[in-house]
Design a protein around this ligand. Structure first.
Ligand SMILES: [Zn+2]
Length: 404
């Protein structure tokens, strides 16, 4: 007969002693009968289930039924019993687990079997020689079953991708969508449609990596590794009519020698907004907001005249130095990060040159727009205080882990 919690009518100490003894003896008996994980679960639920476990019944049938003066003693006993039951349930689980390991050893599914096998093989290899246990194990190169397993660490975003996603996020919040394009481009999309005519001197400023063996093709069809993500702007305008608001993130290539600030591969995020009545004020407001979102609300921006073939007018954007707060001095000396100027040059921008609209069938008399582009590594270097661009591409886990 399985144990059931009796209804108590006599709450005297001897009566309680006897009821407690009976309960504990039932606990021992049932615990001893547990021999598998399923047994254990049933055992645990029978004693500890919130709704109708033995412990709950003790509360209802003993504690609540106890008359006023006896409540204190009954309460103490019920508490002690709860501790005993909980401990016993845990001990039973431990025993049950050990039993299961022991069974797997006996069933020859356990690593210790390999160890034993290695020992036997080493002994056989020793020929007629008698080996001590230690000698045999040292020859057998036994598996240390107490060593921890191989842990796979969690992956994390690469700092360049992380920064790129942050930049994209800022513009997504402004209503921009994301467009991507091919890394191998034609001369037409990379240069010509962006207002770099053949032999334009601006082409010399970008050391381009061309795909070999295309001399027989007309210039505009020759393939190259794109030197900027601007071709995606042309491709986007070919696809959609104004209003256009896109950001174009991606990898670009230039024939630059490796050093601390240059890499033949790097990443850009470019942006383009074309609509009616877009002015330089919109450009300034947009980039000022973006820089504050990326570097903090105290960052100031300023715009300097510059030149790009596909924008007119063009500007370089500088932000106030985030290391010295724009003061040009830090720790009692000149700030190295901004060369004591208080400003850091960060990106290029401008109003889209009306000539560009001619390539994509937009009417320059009706629409206007702006474009901007920034190097992702450059921004990541500033944000994370990295001093060598190569660190991003060496694949050194010790460096990358810091961004996890
Ligand atoms: Zn500075």
């Amino acid at each position: 007969m399985p144990y059931t919690v009796p209804k108590l009518t006599d709450f005297s100490t001897p009566a309680l002693d006897s009821a407690v003894r009976e309960l504990l003896s039932a606990l021992e008996q049932e615990s001893a009968a547990v021999s598998s994980e399923n047994d254990w679960k049933a055992f645990r639920d029978r004693w500890m289930a919130r709704k109708s476990g033995v412990l709950t019944q003790l509360n209802d049938l003993w504690l609540k039924a106890a008359p006023g003066p006896g409540k204190r003693e009954v309460g103490q006993r019920v508490n002690e019993l709860r501790d005993r039951v909980e401990t016993r349930v845990l001990e039973t689980k431990e025993h049950c687990d050990t039993l299961s390991i022991a069974r797997s050893i006996v069933d020859k599914r356990h690593p210790i079997i390999d160890l034993a096998r290695a020992f036997i093989e080493a002994s056989e290899r020793a020929g007629g020689q008698t080996l001590t246990t230690d000698e045999a194990f040292s020859k057998a190169e036994p598996v240390d079953i107490t060593l921890p397993g191989i842990r796979r660490s969690l992956g994390a975003e690469h700092p360049v991708i992380k920064t790129m996603n942050e930049i994209i996020g800022v513009f997504r919040n402004l209503g921009y969508s994301v467009e991507e394009g091919p890394e191998i481009e034609t001369d037409y999309y990379n240069f010509e449609a962006l207002n770099f005519p053949p032999n334009h001197p601006a082409r010399d400023t970008q050391d381009t990596l061309f795909i070999a063996g295309q001399e027989s093709k007309p210039l505009r069809e020759r393939l190259l590794l794109r030197t900027h993500t601007s071709p995606v702007q042309i491709r986007s305008m070919e696809k959609m009519k104004p209003p256009v608001r896109v950001v174009c993130p991606g990898k670009v290539h230039r024939n630059d020698a490796l050093d601390a600030t240059h890499s033949p591969i790097f990443h850009q995020v470019e942006g383009l907004a074309v609509d009616t009545n877009i002015t330089f004020c919109d450009l300034k407001g947009t980039l000022d907001h973006a820089m504050k979102a990326l570097f903090g609300s105290s960052v100031k921006t300023r715009f300097y005249p510059s030149f790009f073939p596909f924008t007119e007018p063009s500007a370089d954007v500088q932000i106030s130095c985030i290391f010295c707060g724009g003061k040009g001095a830090r720790d009692g000396g000149p700030c190295r990060n901004c060369k004591a100027s208080g400003w850091i040059e960060l990106l290029g921008c401008g109003m889209v040159d009306p000539n560009v609209y001619g390539f994509v069938d937009y009417d320059p008399a009706k629409v206007s727009g702006f474009a901007f582009g920034m190097g992702v590594e450059r921004i990541a270097i500033l944000k994370y205080g990295v001093d060598d661009i190569q660190l991003f591409f060496n694949g050194d886990v010790r460096f990358l882990e810091q961004f996890g």
